[in-house]
Design a protein around this ligand. Structure first.
Ligand SMILES: Cc1cc2nc3c(=O)[nH]c(=O)nc-3n(C[C@H](O)[C@H](O)[C@H](O)COP(=O)(O)O)c2cc1C
Length: 426
């Protein structure tokens, strides 16, 4: 391989490593942020300017106990059973994709509770059976010396109301703005004093007025279940793509007039509370968060991307600079589709977040990934290319041709076809 290209790939894949212990790196990183050091954008490798600190690499995540080379983006595949429990298929799927030691796999979205779901065949992380099933998956990944984060998911208004109804749950959202062809969701309630009084005077069939706080706690409990019981290395809060947390953040779909709506600060509140609760539950170094600042997927258009996300990311950085990572989706992709990003860019987030670990996903080819890792210092996550290429890290490193993906098998419930039957490169 051409020397420069090879050097870039090695940087992309994090081959140049920190010479300090990972824990020391992370502590130093968090301390430098807390003390306000190194506020200008810089590669992770120039975190402190300390000559003894040999971090000449700009693409890796430094967790307290491990280092990361490659990242699988979260991918829902509908292979769990009707009880939202994974079987052997998922063990094999994640085993295959962790074959290169040092890979960080971010799991498909996993429901934090039955009431937060509303799609069939998506795994959950709230029952004992689900947790035991995930433990087999995390064991398989750890046997390969790779790492697995659980993506914590609540659907809100994007749920299928008929699925919720069948399971005995209500159709709820951040507010009552409906998605096309779906009924109006019931807005989650708060524990405001006035609402508490109003709710108390109504029939007992009403949900408790502390609903939003209950959801915050469901995220925290799911984080505990994932990390302390199912053996995940951490959790990623799914605050992207128009699902429940985005429904609070994005102005076009949040018409609340209480402390969770009406201003940039209020719309960010739920996301920050969830993050805070998860950090308290399992520790900052085991929590990441995914956002999609430009994405209008699930009719989640936002008019004020830059002010809203500038506030949110600044607050995350102030409150929890030592979380595992911030994960952003790129404006050139909306969910699974390419789109023209015009002049939209996540660079304003990079400016705020640097030099902390930033994962970027969406529409990366090998060449773009090398360029962005090289010039911006991002850690690159791959979604669709990882589906038909279980050995993607090796293929990227050795520039082996990629097998094309087949969309028709993305979401086929409980079948191995298009899931675990893709070959490794010879
Ligand atoms: C089949 C499929 C399922 C997905 N499921 C999730 C998911 O559960 N959670 C999530 O945050 N993003 C999900 N995404 C979005 C991906 O994580 C990723 O951002 C997107 O595919 C763009 O990256 P890519 O161009 O590398 O595929 C999904 C994408 C695909 C193709």
């Amino acid at each position: 391989m051409h020397f420069k290209l090879r050097k870039n790939v090695e940087r992309l894949l994090g081959k140049t490593r920190c010479l300090q212990s990972p824990t020391a790196c992370c502590n130093e990183r968090a301390n430098s942020v807390r003390s306000g050091a190194s506020q200008t954008p810089s590669p992770l490798g120039q975190l402190t300017g300390d000559s003894q600190h040999s971090m000449a690499v700009d693409t890796y995540i430094c967790f307290p106990s491990h280092k990361i080379d490659h990242v699988l983006a979260p991918l829902t595949r509908f292979r769990a059973n009707a009880q939202h429990v994974h079987g052997d298929l998922a063990v094999e799927y994640y085993r295959q994709r962790s074959s290169e030691p040092g890979t960080l796999l971010i799991s498909e979205g996993a429901f934090i509770a039955g009431k937060a779901g509303g799609f069939p065949h998506v795994p959950g992380v709230w029952t004992d059976e689900q947790i035991i099933a995930w433990k087999k998956v995390t064991d398989a990944v750890h046997e390969q010396r790779s790492f697995l984060y659980a993506q914590l998911w609540a659907l809100g208004r994007t749920a299928d109301p008929s699925v919720l109804e069948k399971d005995g749950y209500e159709y709820v959202g951040a507010s009552d703005i409906p998605v096309t062809d779906k009924p109006k969701p019931r807005p989650l309630t708060t524990c405001g004093y006035a609402e508490l009084l109003a709710a108390m005077s109504k029939p007992l069939t009403l949900n408790p007025p502390t609903e939003i706080q209950e959801y915050v706690q469901l995220y925290a409990q799911a984080a505990v279940n994932a990390v302390q019981k199912a053996g995940f290395d951490g959790v990623e809060i799914h605050a992207a793509n128009g699902y429940l947390i985005t429904q609070f953040i994005h102005d076009s779909i949040n018409n609340r007039t209480d402390e969770y709506g009406g201003s940039i600060e209020n719309r960010a509140r739920f996301a920050l509370e969830v993050l805070d609760a998860c950090v308290k539950a399992v520790g900052a170094s085991k929590v990441g968060i995914r956002i999609s600042p430009w994405e209008a997927y699930n009719e989640s258009h936002i008019d004020n991307t830059i002010p809203q996300y500038t506030y949110l990311v600044n607050r995350i950085r102030e409150l929890h600079p030592d979380i595992a990572y911030l994960h952003v989706t790129e404006p050139r992709v909306v969910s699974l589709e390419s789109r023209d990003p015009n002049d939209e860019s996540n660079d304003f987030i990079r400016k705020i977040w640097s030099p902390l670990p930033l994962i970027s996903a969406g529409g990366y080819t090998r060449d773009i990934a090398i360029e962005v890792a090289d010039t911006k210092g991002d850690i690159i996550a791959f979604g669709r290319p990882f589906i038909p290429n279980p050995d993607l890290p090796r293929r990227l490193r050795e520039n082996i041709a990629l097998t094309p993906y087949d969309r028709s098998t993305f979401y086929t419930p409980e079948t191995a076809k298009g899931y675990t039957d893709y070959p490794f490169a010879s």
